[in-house]
Design a protein around this ligand. Structure first.
Ligand code: SF4
Length: 69
C-alpha cells in the first residue's frame, strides 16, 4: 500500500534536502519546489527521514489514515 505524501508548496523553500534522502520519491522542480514523483520510489524509512529532515516541515506522510511523519 503506497504512502500518501504531500508537499506544502507554501512552506517548501527549495534546497532539495528531501531529494537527497529519497531521490526517487521527491524531485525539485524548475519552480524550486519539491514534487512527489513516486510515493513508492524509496523505502518508507527513507521517506520518513526526508520528511523529518525538511527544514520547514513542508512534508506530510500518511500510511492509511495515520500520519507517520
Ligand atoms: S526538504 Fe522541505 S523545504 Fe527542502 S525541498 Fe524538500 S520539501 Fe522543500
Amino acid at each position: 500500500m503506497a504512502l500518501r505524501i504531500e508537499v506544502d508548496p507554501e512552506k517548501c523553500m527549495g534546497g532539495g534536502n528531501c531529494e537527497f534522502w529519497a531521490p526517487k520519491t521527491f524531485e525539485l522542480g524548475d519552480d524550486n519546489i519539491s514534487h512527489v514523483v513516486d510515493p513508492e520510489g524509496d523505502p518508507e524509512e527513507k521517506i520518513v527521514l526526508a520528511a523529518q529532515g525538511c527544514p520547514t516541515q513542508a512534508i506530510a506522510v500518511w500510511r492509511d489514515d495515520e500520519r507517520i511523519a
